[in-house]
Structures are given as structure tokens and as C-alpha cells.
Design a protein around this ligand. Structure first.
Ligand code: HEM
Ligand SMILES: *[C@@H]1O[C@H](CO)[C@@H](O)[C@H](O)[C@H]1NC(C)=O
Ligand SMILES: *[C@@H]1O[C@H](CO)[C@@H](O)[C@H](O)[C@H]1NC(C)=O
Length: 305
């Protein structure tokens, strides 16, 4: 009986997180974590927006690698105002510092996972334990990457199912969306919302329109959380209660549907949000299946070796 339960335990554990562990680099690269942390703090203190770009890159890397079909190299086709381009510059800098202390040891996927956490902590969010030992993908496919990611035009049911495909509950999806308390979006991502939707505060829509014309200016940026775009707090949810979500997908979380009550809770209880967010990030960070001898440790995070 005992061995039966042991077998079930090993099977489940192996399926869930392979060989990831929080002290993976303890002997192979003891300075890995402190090197990444100080590089992130220096980049984000120079430009707070950088933290948002790093968090978003990690999200995309997790969702895309969860199917082992591609890697974040696809992001390099991004336009100059896509935060991914800025985030990649910081990743290049961090990677070269990590390569100096331990060449060929630390994966880009792990660097991104730690950088995302340090960014959130630097901007005021809760910390979480990052499990390490991810390997980098040896393939890259932009179309697979995009088909796995949620789109800003999605309604609530599509958002729920996109996250459910990766094993997340609707509750976790709402908590993870709170990452839009930092960072920016391009005009083309929300133009239809600010000109044509009814569930938007009209003075908010007018103020955003001044930097996002009805045609042209596709890449002009607006903060996802106009209240406190550089602070990792619960203002995103307070905005939703006032119909001041920037993306169509943001306002879907508070539009008379099943997630309204959770948005209301987070809008009044920031500690609950920060704690739920950190827990959901642990789960998201552990989606990547590449461990052991699969994949590779990239030399240059932008391309396969
Ligand atoms: C719920 C579904 C989601 C949708 C539809 C969505 C969509 C978007 C879009 C369209 C942008 C603007 C991109 C641009 O204009 O270049 C954006 C930005 C961002 N997203 Fe999401 N996102 C979602 C969930 C998430 C999650 C789960 C995270 C992280 C855990 C995240 C983190 C971010 C961050 C930090 C930014 C700002 C990036 C920057 O300023 O450089 N998003 N998102
Ligand atoms: C990724 O995996 C999920 C769950 O296994 C699946 O539902 C989804 O369709 C996959 N996406 C792609 C692009 O293969
Ligand atoms: C829209 O937002 C403005 C500014 O915050 C506020 O004064 C106004 O009452 C809001 N309008 C509605 C209809 O909620």
C-alpha cells in the first residue's frame, strides 16, 4: 500500500515540476540569483517601465514553452514600442553578467523567471520562491507563440478558456491579470475600446483619445493602470470598478459576469491580491517542461545555439 502511494506521489510530482528546485544553482553558480537581482534593480531603478517589460516576457515564455513548441525568440519581430524590445535589451545585459560569473550554466528561461520576480518586488509587490533548472527551447515559432497567448479583444469566456488550457482557474486568471497594474499598451491594442465601447468612463476615454487618434498613432503608448502605472498595487481593480480598464479584455473581468465579485474583493483588499498574485506566479513559472537534458542553455537569449 505504501509503495502504491509512493508511486502515485513520484508520478504526480514528476509530472508537475520535473527537476526544478529553488537551490538548483547552489553549487554550479552560487552568485546567479544575486547577479540577476542587482542587474534588475539597476535597470528598473533607471527606468521603472522596464520591470513591466520583464514581467510580460516571462508570462509569454511560460505560456509558449508550456507546449514545448517555441520560445521567446519570436518576440524579436516586435515593433520598437512593444515593451518586449526594451525587455530584451535588459535580458541581454543580465545574461552577459551571469555568463561572466558562470559561463554556460544559467538558462535564459531561469533568468527571465527571476527577473520577473525581482521586478515585481522592486515595484512594491510580494516576493515568491522561484523554482530553477529550466532549460531553453531549441526551436522558435512565432505563430505557435501567438496562438497560445490571450488576445486583448477576447471576451471573458475566451480569457477563462485560454488560461484553463494551461491549467489555471478563472480565479488565478483574474489574479494574474493584476500584472496590468504596471506597464503600457499601444494604441492599436485599445483603439476600438476607447472609440466604440459603452462600458467605459467617458472622461477617461476622452483623455486617452488625445494620445490615440482614431487613425494613425498605432504605437502610441498609454498606461494600463492610469492611477499608479509604476507601482505594483491593486489600483488596476479599482479602475475596473470605475469602468477605466484600458483593454477590452481588462474590462471583461468586471462587466456583470462571474469574476465581478473577485475584482471587487481585490479592489478593497490589496493584501489578498498581492498574495494571490504571488501564488499564481509560482504556478505560472513552473509551467515550463524543459528540464534535465532537454533543450539547451542558450549563449545568446535571442537565438538558439
Ligand atoms: C488576461 C489576459 C491578458 C491579455 C489579453 C493581455 C494583453 C496585453 C496587451 C495587449 C498588452 C499591451 C502590449 C503592447 O501594446 O505592446 C499587455 C501588456 C502587459 N501585460 Fe498583459 N495580457 C494578459 C495577461 C497578462 C499576464 C498574465 C501578465 C503577467 C503575469 C501580463 C503582463 C503584462 C505586462 C506587465 C504588460 C506591460 C508591458 C510593458 O509595459 O512593457 N499580462 N498585455
Ligand atoms: C497547448 O496545450 C494545451 C493543453 O495541452 C492545448 O489545449 C493547446 O491547444 C495547446 N496549444 C497549441 C498551440 O498547441
Ligand atoms: C468618470 O470619471 C470621472 C473622473 O474620475 C468622474 O468624475 C466621473 O464621475 C466618472 N463618470 C462616471 C459616469 O462614472
Amino acid at each position: 500500500m505504501a509503495s502504491f502511494y509512493l508511486a502515485i506521489f513520484l508520478f504526480s510530482f514528476g509530472m508537475a515540476s520535473a527537476q526544478l528546485s529553488s537551490n538548483f544553482y547552489a553549487s554550479s553558480c552560487p552568485k546567479a540569483l544575486s547577479t540577476i537581482k542587482s542587474a534588475v534593480n539597476s535597470a528598473v531603478s533607471k527606468e521603472h517601465r522596464m520591470g513591466a517589460s520583464l514581467l510580460r516576457l516571462h508570462f509569454h515564455d511560460c505560456f509558449v514553452n508550456a507546449n514545448d513548441t517555441s520560445s521567446f525568440t519570436g518576440e524579436k519581430t516586435a515593433s520598437p514600442n512593444d515593451g518586449s524590445a526594451r525587455g530584451f535589451d535588459v535580458i541581454d545585459t543580465i545574461k552577459s553578467k551571469v555568463e561572466t560569473v558562470c559561463p554556460g550554466v544559467v538558462s535564459c528561461a531561469d533568468i527571465l523567471a527571476v527577473a520577473a520576480r525581482e521586478s515585481v518586488v522592486f515595484l512594491g509587490g510580494n516576493s515568491w520562491t522561484v523554482e530553477l533548472g529550466r532549460r531553453d527551447s531549441t526551436t522558435a515559432s512565432l505563430s505557435a507563440a501567438n496562438s497560445d497567448l490571450p488576445s486583448p479583444t477576447m471576451d471573458l469566456s475566451a480569457l477563462i478558456s485560454t488560461f484553463s488550457d494551461k491549467g489555471f482557474s478563472a480565479k488565478e486568471m483574474v489574479a494574474l491579470s493584476g500584472s496590468h497594474t504596471i506597464g503600457q499598451a499601444r494604441c492599436k491594442m485599445f483603439r476600438d475600446r476607447i472609440y466604440n465601447e459603452a462600458n467605459i468612463n467617458s472622461s477617461f476615454a476622452t483623455s486617452i483619445q488625445s494620445n490615440c487618434p482614431s487613425s494613425g498613432g498605432d504605437d502610441n503608448l498609454s498606461p494600463l493602470d492610469a492611477t499608479s502605472p509604476l507601482v505594483f498595487d491593486n489600483a488596476y481593480y479599482k479602475n475596473l470598478l470605475n469602468n477605466k480598464g484600458l483593454l477590452h479584455s481588462d474590462q471583461q473581468l468586471f462587466n456583470g459576469g462571474s469574476t465581478d465579485s473577485q475584482v471587487t474583493t481585490y479592489s478593497t483588499n490589496s493584501a489578498t491580491f498581492l498574495s494571490d498574485f504571488a501564488s499564481a506566479m509560482v504556478k505560472m513559472s513552473n509551467l515550463s517542461p524543459l528540464t534535465g537534458t532537454s533543450g539547451q542553455i542558450r549563449t545568446n537569449c535571442r537565438s538558439i545555439n
